[in-house]
Write a protein that binds this ligand. Structure first.
Ligand SMILES: [Zn+2]
Length: 98
């Protein structure tokens, strides 16, 4: 085999941590980093072209929509909870979800 920088499927994006921090910790961070790097469906146009712009900021590559969400995924369960609380306090605003 040629000498080449190895990328191992098993460790995925957590490979940058090498042998450090323990297996379980790296497994956990792998799940988070995968969400962070993956393309998600856009809430506006529905296309799977939502990418993380900055921590907590998500941008659709297709329609250009930019909005805030979770640091590592577009929507967190805590975010949903907060929105529900806000909506229940403001009866004028209707939720625009399908
Ligand atoms: Zn979009």
């Amino acid at each position: 085999m040629a000498r080449k920088k190895k990328t191992v499927k098993k460790v995925g994006p957590a490979g940058k941590y090498g042998a450090r921090y323990g297996r379980k910790t790296r497994e956990n961070i792998k799940a988070v980093l995968k969400e962070k790097g993956a393309k998600h469906p856009c809430p506006k146009c529905g296309k799977k072209s939502l990418k993380r712009d900055l921590a907590g900021v998500w941008k659709c590559r297709s329609c250009g929509t930019r909005f805030t969400g979770g640091a590592y995924k577009p929507e967190t369960s805590m975010g949903q909870l907060a929105r529900r609380a806000v909506l229940s306090q403001t009866p004028m605003i209707k939720e625009e979800e399908a």
